[in-house]
Write a protein that binds this ligand. Structure first.
Ligand code: F1P
Length: 296
């Protein structure tokens, strides 16, 4: 473990994740009337990290046959859709675009937030308050994954193996090799998690990252692969991807982990690389805890 890793809020919050997930999973059974029911048409909205968690849950809900589910960056939420339920994810509960979208959403809305009594919690018809997962770092880790694990639990997933994998990731010593560029790949719900991993490295460490569905990788993004750059696959690698990456000389990272446990590894790397670069992972350049626009 590097000295720097224990100094940031982000490092401590990353380590809190398995415990926070267990707590959230314990809440899921009591939220069956609040969270989307099987068969409902659902939209899930958020901004930044919260959007990527929304995208992961939406794809997973469809994959498990629970019902049609769309995910939108809150600013892109279409006003004239009739969903059975709209789920808004926002750690702060103050993000302007989420508030704007919720004002147009109907009929049932539910907020998942870390802050009870926040504007989004008040505006939504119902609120799930994960205050135990709130964070000091601007860069989100524990709230985001806790919201996603709660939603996964609501779909009936057995998450104990994921917790064990994350515990193992957190217990590992790893050497920090500064990556010049990392492209994350994932399919289905893992694509949302891959986008979040890419965002984490950009936000905390200023690393150049990209993220694509696996089969999109050959449609252009592969052109930037070269020795010294990496391609990190979340979930099972698609046939032929490993060989195609090897041919470029880029490094392939395939941890064979659940995507959320793999995200924990990416979070740890983001904090470690931030320290290597002399950056503060808690206070990334140009970012604030939430984006509150002048016109609400
Ligand atoms: C969403 C968010 C974060 C991002 C930054 C700005 O916040 O976009 O994901 O890292 O801090 O805000 P929230 O709506 O989940 O509070």
């Amino acid at each position: 473990m590097q000295d720097g890793l224990v100094e940031s809020y982000a490092a401590a919050e990353i380590r809190r994740q398995p415990e926070s997930w267990s707590r959230a999973i314990g809440l899921a059974a009591g939220l069956t009337a609040t969270l989307p029911a099987p068969g409902e048409r659902v939209a899930v909205i958020g901004c930044g990290t919260s959007w990527y968690m929304a995208a992961a849950y939406a794809a997973l809900r469809e994959e498990t046959g629970a019902g049609e589910t769309d995910a939108f960056a809150a600013s892109q939420f279409p006003e004239n859709r009739n969903y059975d339920r709209v789920v808004a994810i926002s750690r702060s509960g103050t993000t302007t675009e989420v508030l704007r979208a919720l004002r147009t959403a109907r009929p049932r809305t539910v907020a998942i937030t870390a802050v009870g009594g926040s504007p989004i919690a008040e505006l939504a018809g119902e609120a799930v308050v994960l205050d135990f997962a709130d964070e000091r770092s601007v860069v989100q880790t524990v709230f985001a994954t806790t919201a996603l694990m709660l939603l996964r639990a609501s779909l009936g997933a057995d998450l104990e193996p994921v917790i064990q994998q994350a515990d193992a990731v957190l217990g590992q010593e790893f050497t920090v090799e500064l990556g010049a560029q990392v492209t994350f790949l994932g399919d289905g719900w893992a694509y949302g998690v891959a986008r979040e991993a890419a965002l984490k490295l950009r936000e905390a460490a200023g690393v150049w990252t990209e993220a694509y569905p696996q089969l999109e990788y050959r449609h252009g993004p592969i052109a930037i692969a070269e020795p010294g750059r990496a391609v990190w696959v979340f979930g099972e690698p698609a046939p032929g991807i490993a060989a195609d990456v090897a041919a470029t000389g880029a490094e392939l990272i395939d941890d064979a982990l659940d995507p959320v446990a793999d995200l924990v590894r990416a979070q740890l790397l983001a904090v470690a690389w931030a320290h290597e670069r002399g950056l503060d992972p808690d206070r990334p350049r140009g970012l604030t805890r939430s984006i509150v626009l002048p016109t609400p």
